[in-house]
Design a protein around this ligand. Structure first.
Ligand code: HEM
Length: 141
């Protein structure tokens, strides 16, 4: 013991997460389907929230102060297929940043743990609060 062995530390900590999330959100915003969900949002803010949230679930400092993902996404129709697409883009981003495949798989597993909280079949599973509107974009042909 005495040697920190968290996924956060093995990945190289915050700089690695920041680099990957920049590459990932560049891809996500540019994507013809996934990108529609992010229209009008601050990419930098999303990168920072994603970095803080992931940090908190892979053994780093508990910096994330935002809403739990189940509530942050409760007005978004995010299907299994869209979630799979996001995981594919995230995996590509992780590899492009030079992270090895074992660490990539651990990262994707941690991310995939949120699937059940976020994925929905259709808009009937959404909940609205405040002035949120339902985000429900169909896969472009
Ligand atoms: C295809 C899947 C996903 C889509 C389309 C999506 C979309 C979004 C959008 C549009 C926002 C901005 C919400 C707003 O500004 O009101 C957001 C926020 C956020 N997302 Fe996702 N997301 C997805 C998956 C995930 C996953 C898997 C995680 C965690 C591993 C995650 C973590 C977060 C966090 C932490 C925030 C900030 C929450 C807050 O506003 O307090 N998202 N997401």
């Amino acid at each position: 013991m005495g040697i920190s062995n968290t996924l956060y530390d093995r990945l190289g900590g915050k700089p690695t997460l920041q680099r990957v999330h920049k590459v990932f959100y560049d891809k996500a915003f540019a994507h013809p389907w996934l990108g529609q969900y992010f229209q009008g949002r601050s990419q930098q803010l999303l990168e920072d929230q994603q970095t803080d949230f992931l940090t908190s679930i892979i053994g780093g400092p508990k910096l994330y102060m935002g809403r739990a993902p189940k509530f942050a996404h409760q007005h978004m129709v995010i299907t299994e297929e869209l979630f799979d697409l996001r995981q594919r883009l995230l995996g590509e981003s992780i590899s492009e940043c030079g992270v090895n495949d074992d660490l990539k798989d651990e990262w994707l597993a941690a991310d995939n743990a949120l699937r059940r909280a976020i994925v929905k079949k259709d808009a009937s599973e959404c909940t609205l609060q405040y002035n949120d509107e339902i985000l429900d974009f169909k896969k472009p042909h």
